[in-house]
Design a protein around this ligand. Structure first.
Ligand code: NDP
Ligand code: 8X3
Length: 252
């Protein structure tokens, strides 16, 4: 019988590439996101290409009640989630902290920290009951370092790092694996969402070769295919042209 994986934020970027990778490994998939049309198109693509079952869950991960309801009401055959990919997340704005937009702050905290907690809280009890599972949290270099104007986004990803460590401790008696995957610059819709215009977003990836969503799916693939006695605690993956948050080499 196929195993089941749930990927939050599978309508774009890293989540979509990771869901695709999991489909290749014959996981039945629960894919989530707010953009229904994209979810349905992706479901069609996955079911046409791979012989798997795909369930779309169309909800905003910031909504506590809705998140709980969606997981509580999973159809029987999707209830045993073997892999949870906590990917849905965003940066909103790039401002000095004393000039920051508080709506942006709330959006990032509500999505990256609270949303991740809501979905994990709903999924984890079944994993502990079955004494099996793997949770992969998509963190960031921003969870390891803090950079100019990154303030609240960096704080949310530091929280993801901390929660990953906490999950690893609390899940220990149940044999549940917990992994953090922390990428540097990946060319997805991330910068368009953060900066709100395509010209500024394109500039983020100019003059060097950024990571691709597939590169992060490859890292997740490595983590989820280790033998049962091996847990990958964390992976930090950067473009070759990026040393850390503040040193990026662009061609002239
Ligand atoms: P994208 O913008 O391409 O994808 C983000 C995904 O998250 C979308 O599928 C979006 O779906 C989903 N999402 C965002 N907000 C919500 C919400 N409130 N409810 C449900 N789903 C939501 O960006 P990436 O693929 O780059 O980002 C994925 C993760 O990777 C994020 O956690 C990000 O912080 C992290 N990351 C990204 C890096 C980068 O450079 N790109 C580097 C390091 C980490 P929808 O809009 O349909 O709801
Ligand atoms: C996304 C990478 O460097 O823009 O998490 O924070 S960065």
């Amino acid at each position: 019988m196929n195993k089941t994986a749930l990927v939050t934020g599978a309508t774009s970027g890293i989540g979509k590439a990771t869901a695709f990778m999991l489909a290749k490994h014959k996981y039945n998939l629960i894919i989530t996101g707010r953009r229904l049309k994209r979810l349905l198109e992706f479901k069609n693509e996955l079911t046409e290409k791979f012989n798997i079952e795909v369930l779309t869950l169309n909800f905003d991960i910031r909504n506590r009640e809705e998140t709980k309801k969606q997981i509580e009401n999973l159809p029987e055959k999707f209830q045993n989630i073997d892999i949870l990919i906590n990917n849905a997340g965003l940066a909103s704005g790039l401002d000095l902290i004393h000039e920051g937009n508080i709506d942006d702050w709330e959006k990032m905290i509500d999505t990256n920290i609270k949303g991740l907690l809501y979905i994990s809280r709903a999924v984890m009890p079944k994993m502990t009951e079955r004494k099996t599972g793997h949770i992969v949290n998509i963190s960031s270099i921003a969870g390891k370092e803090t950079y100019l104007k990154g303030n609240v986004y960096c704080a949310t990803k530091h929280a993801v790092e901390s929660l990953t460590k906490a999950m690893r401790i609390d899940m220990l008696p149940y044999g549940i694996k917990v992994t953090s995957v922390a990428p540097g610059a990946v060319n997805t819709e991330f910068s368009l969402v953060r900066l709100g215009n395509k010209e500024a977003a394109d500039k983020v990836y100019e003059g060097y070769m950024p990571l691709l969503a597939q590169d992060i799916a490859d890292a997740v693939e490595f983590a989820i295919t280790r033998p049962p006695h091996v847990n990958i605690n964390e992976l930090l993956i950067m473009p070759t042209a990026q040393a850390n948050s503040s040193h990026l080499h662009r061609n002239e």
